[in-house]
Ligand binder design. Structure first.
Ligand code: 5GP
Ligand code: MN
Length: 347
């Protein structure tokens, strides 16, 4: 019953977006800082689709995208606040609609937050993270969706069917679905595969896209992984938790850039007795934290309460100011309290 109500609510919001899009609009899309495959894929898919439907559309990102995604169609047309702030402010001045993708709290777009909040444009959020804040006039929020890309697919097809689907749109949506589900390992539900079959029907090459996403690493990744496995690894067997960390010196020595550490945390969860994984990185200005878990164990509350962050049940993140050592010690001290309620952990 509750799910049915939820679906109706989402459908209502999608219809409200449909009403907005029934006239030609000036649209600015944005996605979260340090955009991943889902953030970029959802923004670019909408960019292609909305343009096809006659709207004027720009994408404004709050931070640069990882080089590894350079092959995504349209990515080179995006505006990035670090380089294009004036143009972004100008575009927002004339925007009639803004769309927030793959985030649900304004601090996730950092320096763009103020610029977006000041527009008179109608705002729309499309997202699948937990605990959304009321940041938009139209809130298309579904925590059961695997990815924002899956939701964007639902928005497109429930408004206009699949007539507009083409290879560019399908490539972008497939990328977000593949990255957020870890190639259909997490957050999957039956309807996702029906959607994916429609994406594949456009003729996109799944093997080629997966190769571009997963088998396209710089050799630096293996070196970093080696460092984490051998020298930056803390095991907490009493709470079945593994921790990796990287120091400021590591960042300098390995010339670590955006996206270079993506995926390293997943290696901790490959160990059968590890149920919770944490990855602390001493980035310029902040300690960035990623958290992952298996099964019903939630890391979202920990991210929210200890690290100013949030995310999903099994994948969350946040940040702290201060020293790396303090951040790790805090996590080690507080973690058992959070895990004590999970019987499968025997904490
Ligand atoms: P990752 O560990 O890959 O950076 O992020 C995992 C998940 O946690 C993503 O869904 C991401 O949106 C969320 N997340 C990561 N960092 C933050 C943060 O600083 N704040 C919030 N609210 N969510 C975050
Ligand atoms: Mn996502």
């Amino acid at each position: 019953m509750q799910l049915r109500m939820l679906m109706t609510e989402i459908q209502k919001e999608i219809r409200a977006l449909g009403d907005l899009l029934s006239v030609t609009q000036n649209i600015v899309l944005t996605a979260h800082k340090d955009p991943d495959g889902d953030a970029l894929g959802s923004a670019l898919a909408l960019w292609h689709w909305l343009r096809k439907r006659g709207h004027t559309v720009d994408i404004a990102l709050p931070s640069p995208y990882p080089d590894g995604f350079h092959w995504l169609p349209g990515l080179d047309k995006t505006l990035v606040s670090d380089y294009d702030m004036e143009e972004i402010v100008q575009k927002l001045k004339f925007a009639s609609v803004v769309i927030y993708l793959d985030f649900n709290a304004m601090d996730r777009i950092e320096r763009l937050s103020e610029a977006f909040s000041q527009t008179d444009a109608q705002s729309v959020m499309i997202d699948h993270h937990r605990d959304p804040e009321p940041i938009a006039d139209i809130m298309i929020s579904d925590v059961a969706a695997s990815s924002t890309c899956e939701l964007v697919f639902e928005v497109m097809t429930s408004l206009y069917g699949d007539v507009d689907l083409d290879r560019n749109i399908a490539t972008c949506l497939y990328t977000g679905i593949i990255t957020d589900t870890g190639s259909f390992k997490y957050n999957i539900r039956p309807q996702l595969f029906i959607h994916v079959s429609k994406l594949l029907s456009t003729g996109i090459d799944s093997n080629a896209i997966q190769d571009l996403i997963f088998n396209n690493l710089d050799i630096k990744f293996l070196r970093l992984l080696g460092l984490c496995l051998t020298e930056r690894f803390i095991l907490m067997p009493e709470v079945q938790t593994g921790i990796f960390y990287l120091t400021k010196q590591d960042y300098k020595e390995f010339d670590i850039k955006r996206g270079d550490t993506e995926g390293i945390i997943n290696y901790l969860l490959k160990v059968k007795n590890i149920k919770v994984a944490a990855f602390f990185r001493q980035q310029p200005g902040i300690i960035k934290i990623s958290l992952r878990s298996k099964g019903s164990i939630s890391v979202q509350q920990i991210a929210r309460e200890l690290f100013n962050g949030g995310g999903h049940l099994n994948a969350s993140g946040g940040y702290l100011h201060g020293s790396l050592r303090k951040a790790i010690t805090r996590f080690q001290k507080e973690l058992p309290n959070y895990l004590s309620k999970y019987k499968e952990l025997k904490v």
